[in-house]
Write a protein that binds this ligand. Structure first.
Ligand code: HEC
Length: 137
């Protein structure tokens, strides 16, 4: 009986780990970035990925997003670009939409308007990561 209870407690502990309630960190976003974005934007985000040369419109240098926006990292804008929300008027092949990839687990996140909005965990992780690679001019 004792052993059975111990086993049950162990099982619950494992289940608790699977249900990830922690906020994503930049390191999580880096892994997603390397897998999905580096082929165009380059491993360092500077736009030198292997597919970059074949593109009519070059991938943006993602380390200068903040510098291009008056030293203010535009979280909401970056998120909408990545999940495809802001791309409906795009002409020609450019940056693909990642809306599907980023489905799943939602967590509350303030993208800059002071309101905690349910946001895909992976998208938050990506934005956190991109924020850490910003360079000052
Ligand atoms: C197929 C190549 C390609 C892939 C893969 C790609 N991008 Fe892009 N990305 C582009 C191109 C090209 C642009 C610039 C032109 C445009 O807006 O379409 C761009 C622009 C952006 C911008 C806007 C930068 C600015 O300052 O306006 C962000 C942010 C961005 N990409 C993030 C990402 C993230 C995050 C991923 C991975 C989830 C990703 N991209 C994957 C090609 C790509």
């Amino acid at each position: 009986m004792q052993a059975k209870i111990a086993g049950l407690v162990g099982l619950l502990a494992v289940a608790g780990c699977v249900e990830n309630t922690e906020m994503p960190v930049a390191q999580d976003g880096k892994a997603i970035f390397m897998e999905n974005c580096a082929v165009c934007h380059g491993e360092n985000g500077k736009g030198e990925g292997s597919m970059a040369r074949a593109m009519a419109k070059p991938p943006a240098d993602l380390t200068l997003i903040q510098a291009r926006h008056g030293d203010n990292f535009p979280r909401a804008k970056v998120m909408s670009i990545v999940d495809g929300y802001a791309k409906s008027d795009m002409d020609g092949p450019g940056m693909p939409e990642f809306g599907d990839l980023l489905q799943g687990d939602l967590i509350p996140f303030d993208s800059g308007d002071g309101i905690q909005t349910p946001t895909p965990r992976k998208l938050v992780a990506l934005v956190e990561y991109l924020e850490t690679i910003q360079q000052t001019r």
